[in-house]
Design a protein. Sequence first.
Length: 417
Amino acid sequence: MTAQNSLTPEETRMVAFVDKTTDSALKLLETVVNINSGTQNFAGVREVGKVFQQEFDSLGFKTRWVDGAPFKRAGHLVAEHPGPGPKLLLIGHLDTVFEADSPFQKMERVDQRSARGPGIIDMKGGNVIIVEAMKALREVGALDAMNIVVVLTGDEEDAGDPISLARAALLDAATGAAAAIGFEDGPGDPKTAVISRRGTTSWTLRVKAQPAHSSQVFRKDIGYGAIFEAARILNAFRETLAGEPHLTFNPGTIVGGTTVEHDAVQARGTAFGKTNVIAEHAVVNGDMRTLSPEQLAKAKAAMEAIVNASLPHAQSTISFEDGYPPLAPTDGNRKLLAMYDRASRDVGAGPVAAVDPDRAGAADVSFVAGHVPLILDGIGLMGHSDHTVKETADLGTLPSQTKRAAVFLHRLHRAVK
């Protein structure tokens, strides 16, 4: 594709600069991919953070490391570039799903255009694009006037606890921001970007019923037992809520019997019981995905109503633990997408449309929903098979995504107040 000749002279120089510095960008990408930074490898996460910290320091950012000890993780890198313009928040993460004992440790070239490596698209490539876009902006003197804060979290793949502390630095950075841009890989297709993401909520159903000899099950004074009650509730969830757009809920583990032990953190459990004894206990642990706070509240209320309508001689409770909040589609997010689409067309990278939110998983950008009026995500390095040992980057998108980002941010700085 060719550019649409709508670039300013400054933007044309930025695009040329990106083309000239592609080799150094690839070297930076290889450097950070080859450092293991599985979420639980705190030393590795910090080492990747130091590489990016040096890059931002050289660009004139004020950098600091947020210690992750209070939330049981390595920590986060925050880089600030104060300026007179509107505050723009750029979001990435340093950690990967591949821990220190993973056999998948190094970047390797598949062919001239592709490379495989742990976290290469999720999302070390996105972090490199942030850095390289800043270099392009500095090259034409545009960075000097820009007010940019970059937050690279160290626990996106396995958020720290409590989550309020783990995301405090990100929320602090969001204060007063006019726009927030996430550099995740999204669905890995450069024809799309993310304006909405579903949030994640875990739920636990606990059932207690009256134990007795199995021959007496269904008696009015004994009831149906804990396993039948759990089955009733789960089936009612399905009949009531399945099919609602963008809403999913999945029971991931279930244990039931006379006695039950269940570890929600490890997602495992054990039960003891006999076929001739009515089950006294059942525990189900599951996941729910919703697109908006309103959809989440409605789903919770419906599930609670089903749980409360217990069968005779059974008592059931359900508890929820919110994880990543929903990022609902908004007019502000659509406005950002339109600007990004225009920048993409102008640099010759083609049109960009919103991806179906059902294909966009949870990400850190969702935490700033409701705090920042304009949000866009999924504009990082493209590829496929992230979270697997086949994670592969389309290296041809490293310069094109960087050009898109640099031109987009250059215009956004002037467009928002």
